[in-house]
Design a protein around this ligand. Structure first.
Ligand SMILES: [Zn+2]
Length: 485
């Protein structure tokens, strides 16, 4: 059986999650659920970066011990996974023993083979990125990601010999589908071709918080070898059953701001550690809120759990996927979310189910059978949907499914089953709803559960997306799917 391993980036826990965190996790969840529908063995990992210096700074600013602060904020992220109805199979926190020990072992392994060495670092450092920076990366003297001037620091450090792997990394980057989409791959390739790869500072001197270098108490391992390794420790690296079963990752889903770390640095570490390389780094765009960058001070750090509370989880999932294509920056607003809930979810899908079941119960006491209407069935283009999924055009896949929802509504309006009893028309509407529910499951899983329950059918898989599989329906109309706003 094919396997599929997908990860999200692990989040800093210096603040509670915002809608941008929810966006990435939902994309990964849609892909994970889609691959399960295809009958694959799926592992979906998400988690939090608890060791980040940022967390320590935020804890200090809040006057709370770092451990306590980190635990509190991590809980918000764990809760978010539940609130978003994610199907994640794992959740990793980088202070866990199952992470710390393997990270120290990897560090030691690289040191022993000479790929990590001790030296002196002098240069610019952005504490937002937790990264040393070059003049070239700055825009108007500031880190473009954090709009902040980096500090000049000088200290003893351990370095990773990233330069040694330049040729190999470049070759990997140029291989098909390693970085998706194409323009994000080209950015990485041209950056290496122009500047080459320099060795990377991989420790922090005299830091209080973080994972200790196992043979040098003065240094903490930082972000690269630590945080990136979550993708393997989360599977139980080195000896865990799941590591053996699921590694290498099929998809590392990341925001465009951390593409370099995943497409260049992470493969370098894996090459040095002699671990198999991931297959695809899938780079998504950012979202704005009401046309503005997400930021606490601008008041745009929308709390996804509150939005879910107000609109329901599936309308949020649906809206983010439908309106924010993966590779284009998009905008979130609760106003547009409300419109999509009313016009698409409630009017198109909710009504289709409720008027069909009302007629089936009224005219046939809830029980119908019939013959397949090929013309209606043909309006569903599964191949096209699969193609969109293969290209990660999730919004287009959803639109293609929605086309069929609209076709089913058209079918009702044209056949007017309320005017005369027409068991066959109702039967075909139920079959439509059944396959719609299979296809929508990755996007709006709890709604599909409700649909299945009312149709009296079990959860289906992709092989069951064809008409005629259920011969007789015995339905029971339940609560409406969506309450309008
Ligand atoms: Zn920065």
């Amino acid at each position: 059986m094919a396997k599929f391993y997908i990860t999200t980036a692990i989040d800093y826990v210096n603040a509670p999650p915002h809608i941008g965190h929810a966006y990435e996790k939902i994309i990964a969840d849609v892909l994970a659920r889609w691959h399960r529908l295809k009958g694959e063995n799926v592992f979906y990992l998400t988690g939090v970066d608890e060791n980040a210096q940022k967390n320590e700074q935020a804890a200090k600013a809040a006057g709370i011990p770092t451990k306590e602060f980190v635990d509190k904020n991590s809980k918000y992220f764990e809760d978010l996974c539940k609130n978003l109805n994610l199907s994640n199979d794992g959740f990793i926190k980088t202070t866990e023993k199952r992470h710390v020990k393997p990270v120290q072992d990897i560090f030691k392994k690289l040191f022993d083979k000479g790929d990590v060495y001790k030296g002196n670092y002098e240069g610019l450092y952005c504490d937002g990125c937790e990264a040393y920076m070059t003049e070239k990366e700055l825009v108007d003297g500031k880190c473009p990601e954090h709009n902040k001037e980096p500090e000049w620091i000088k200290q003893e450090s351990y370095f990773f010999k990233l330069s040694k792997y330049e040729k190999q990394i470049l070759k990997l980057l140029k291989s098909k589908n390693f970085v998706v989409p194409e323009d994000k791959k080209n950015e990485m390739v041209s950056r290496i071709e122009q500047d080459g790869l320099r060795d990377l500072c991989v420790t922090r001197y005299k830091a209080e918080w973080g994972i200790e270098v196992p043979f040098d108490k003065d240094h903490k391992i930082y972000v690269w070898i630590d945080a990136l390794s979550n993708y393997i420790t989360g599977l139980g690296y080195p000896d865990g059953k799941e590591f053996k079963k699921f590694w290498p990752a099929d998809v590392h889903l990341v925001g465009k701001g951390i593409n370099w770390f995943h497409s260049v640095i992470w493969p370098g570490i894996l090459m040095a550690a002699e671990i198999e390389l991931p297959k695809t780094i899938l780079v998504h765009s950012y979202l704005t809120v009401d046309g503005k960058k997400i930021s606490k001070s601008l008041g745009t750090a929308v709390d996804p759990s509150e939005t879910i509370e107000e609109f329901g989880v599936d309308p949020v999932r649906y809206f983010l996927i439908k309106n924010l294509p993966l590779f284009v920056d998009g905008d979130f607003s609760t106003e547009k979310l409300g419109e999509s809930l009313n016009n698409e979810l409630a009017n198109d899908l909710g009504n289709l189910l409720s008027r069909t079941l009302t007629l089936v119960e009224k005219q046939f006491k809830g029980k119908v059978k019939g013959k397949v209407d090929k013309d209606l069935e043909k309006k569903l283009d599964l191949k096209k949907i699969e193609k969109y999924f293969d290209k990660y055009e999730l919004h287009m896949a959803l639109e293609e499914i929605w086309k069929f929802v609209r076709n089913a509504n058209k079918y009702v309006n044209e056949n007017k089953p309320w005017e005369k009893q027409d068991e066959n028309v109702l039967y075909n509407l139920l079959e439509s709803l059944r396959v719609i529910s299979i296809l929508l499951e990755p996007f709006i899983p709890s709604t599909c559960e409700k649909i299945n329950k009312q149709l009296g059918v079990p959860k289906g898989d992709l092989k069951e997306v064809k008409f005629g599989l259920v011969k007789t329906y015995k339905v029971s109309k339940g609560e409406i799917l969506f309450r309008k706003k």
